[in-house]
Write a protein that binds this ligand. Sequence first.
Ligand SMILES: [Zn+2]
Length: 395
Amino acid sequence: MQDYNINGLAIPLFLVFMLLEYALLRLRGQKLHRFNDSVASLSMGMLLLISDALLKAYTFAVFIYLFEHHRVLEFSPNAAVTWLIFFFAVDFCYYWFHRCAHQFNFLWGAHVGHHQSEEYNLTTALRQSAFQYAFSWIFYLPLALLGCPPQVFLLLFILLKLYQFWLHTLLIDKIPFIEGIFSTPSSHRVHHAKNPLYIDKNYGGTLVIWDRLFGSWQPELTSERCHYGTTSALNTLNPVKANLQHWWLLVQDTINAQSWRDKCRLWFKPTGWRPKDCRNKTTANPVPLQKTGCNKRKKYDPQTSLALKTYVALSMLMIFYLCFSFILLSPSLSAMSLAFGAGLIITGLVSANALLENKLGYLAIESLRLPVTCYFIATLSTPLALAFTEIIPAF
Ligand SMILES: [Zn+2]
């Protein structure tokens, strides 16, 4: 089992739930998905899963090292109280990571991707910044020092992330008795809204008691309908550009600022802060960055033909399958295969989104990418079959 990254098994499950949500909404006569927005969100999700698969082993090794050499307390992984204490502790650390990710310029760059979707549905749950995990893991290291057994942390961390999936839906209204205690679709809708009243509220992962304790709680009001997305328009479906959007602005300001003090401190200032001499520059995103602004902006929604949409849908299914195989088998793949597979997935996702923006030049890239992808999938088919014969009996 250690030869496989079983997180990959969640991918088909996510797909089933997303299709179910779509079907239920259509049965209700509601159309709350836009094809291009969903493709962009799923593309971001797959980029995260790749970076996660490549990073997690190393970052978890640091947690294990601190636990084994520097823990100050002892907790048995077999005691219920251990699980209870660290359920709250993991959620508490998540709250502070999430809050810092909204409050500091450079960390916002690692989280903004999750907020860029202008729709709100289960595909939004998978839309995450590819670099988020590169920063978030540091916030959990105090738990290792405290004595949280690594297996307890890992399972609670996975459960915390899985819990958040169902929060991203308009299907579920307020839930009696648990609003204000647990994070719910209603409280999380507020978190994703760009209405000034709702910005930077409800950071809680599983619990929102932290928001109530630390002053960031805001219930959803019937008088204030949520408008989703970031306040500065992204205006692209490209998942690589979406991941780098905010950091690119910070890099531009670092180059343009005259003062060395400003060049350094702008990364650690509150999100949206810019050096004085950059504020009037006519960049794509004039001051202030991201955090204040409109809630009725026209959505970025390039129109394209049904033929292109059908092609992109089939292409995304193929990339989904490749991503699933790649992540499941990632611990046993060579560095060359990892780099090649990641490159193929990224190229496929960039190309699919570019086609939805009517950039037809990408069809030339597709003519090369398709046969290479088929070949790579074929090379993974034997180890994938072997993985299933080992994993399924283990369950
Ligand atoms: Zn957030």
